[in-house]
Ligand binder design. Structure first.
Ligand SMILES: CC(C)(COP(=O)(O)OP(=O)(O)OC[C@H]1O[C@@H](n2cnc3c(N)ncnc32)[C@H](O)[C@@H]1OP(=O)(O)O)[C@@H](O)C(=O)NCCC(=O)NCCS
Length: 199
């Protein structure tokens, strides 16, 4: 049965549109390319990225990971971008889940060690949020991070994602279950109006 109302672009919109490049205060989000494979391998070899994203990646797995994003875009279930600073890939930002019928998506990000501390993640996350609300017409963007990961909490706050609470024992990490902070930004939110950390 067709939906009578849709909070976002209609089904098929993403599949029919090329994945965009998004400018973000001196940085660029662009779709992943096969040549980015060594950077993806290096990212998932970093201990902090391994810890919070709970995986490592071989060269072949990185190739598969890059190759999977166009299908996720066409399937309207996700989207991944490389974060580029002066022609160098310095991180990743993705919509790890997209539910157009609910006007909802969930984001994920990491930044390579040498590029941390320069607001790469919050600048690009804020730009992606503007694109999601303005072009995809999403209503709500969510992100979750372990309560033991304050840097990620700072990224969420700076990008206008209000803290909404703590989900007990939601994230399984190498040292067991972690409580997770839930943050979200709504289409109508003041980008600077996020509440303070929940923990
Ligand atoms: C969390 C992360 C994405 C932040 O990206 P970023 O572009 O460095 O973001 P910012 O520059 O805004 O810094 C955010 C916080 O990181 C911390 N930070 C700053 N410089 C840092 C550095 N050189 N190394 C590590 N952390 C640093 C600070 O706590 C900072 O907050 P503050 O400025 O209020 O003190 C990045 O540290 C990262 O990729 N970490 C590992 C993976 C991860 O945690 N992913 C998120 C999972 S939910």
């Amino acid at each position: 049965m067709p939906l009578l109302v849709g909070p976002a672009v209609p089904p098929g919109w993403m599949a029919a549109s090329p994945q965009p490049r998004i400018a973000a205060e001196g940085l660029l989000l662009r779709p992943w390319q096969p040549a980015d494979r060594p950077t993806v391998v290096a990212g998932y070899a970093d201990p902090a990225i391994q810890r919070w994203h709970c995986r490592s990646m071989t060269d072949g797995e990185a190739a598969d990971w890059i190759a999977a994003w166009p299908g996720r875009w066409r399937g309207e279930t996700g989207a991944g971008w490389a974060i580029v600073d002066a022609d160098r890939v310095v991180g990743q930002l993705s919509l790890r889940r997209v539910v157009l019928a609910e006007g909802l998506a969930e984001v994920s990000y990491w930044v390579l060690p040498g590029a941390r501390g320069r607001r790469v993640a919050p600048r690009t996350l804020a730009a992606l949020a503007e694109w999601c609300f303005g072009t995809l017409r999403l209503h709500r963007l969510e992100l979750s991070h372990s309560t033991a990961n304050p840097p990620s909490c700072r990224v969420a706050q700076r990008a206008g994602f209000a803290a909404e609470g703590t989900k007990r024992g939601e994230g399984y990490h190498v040292d067991g279950w972690h409580d997770m902070h839930l943050h979200a930004r709504l289409a109508g939110d003041d980008a600077t109006g996020a509440t303070t950390s929940t923990g």
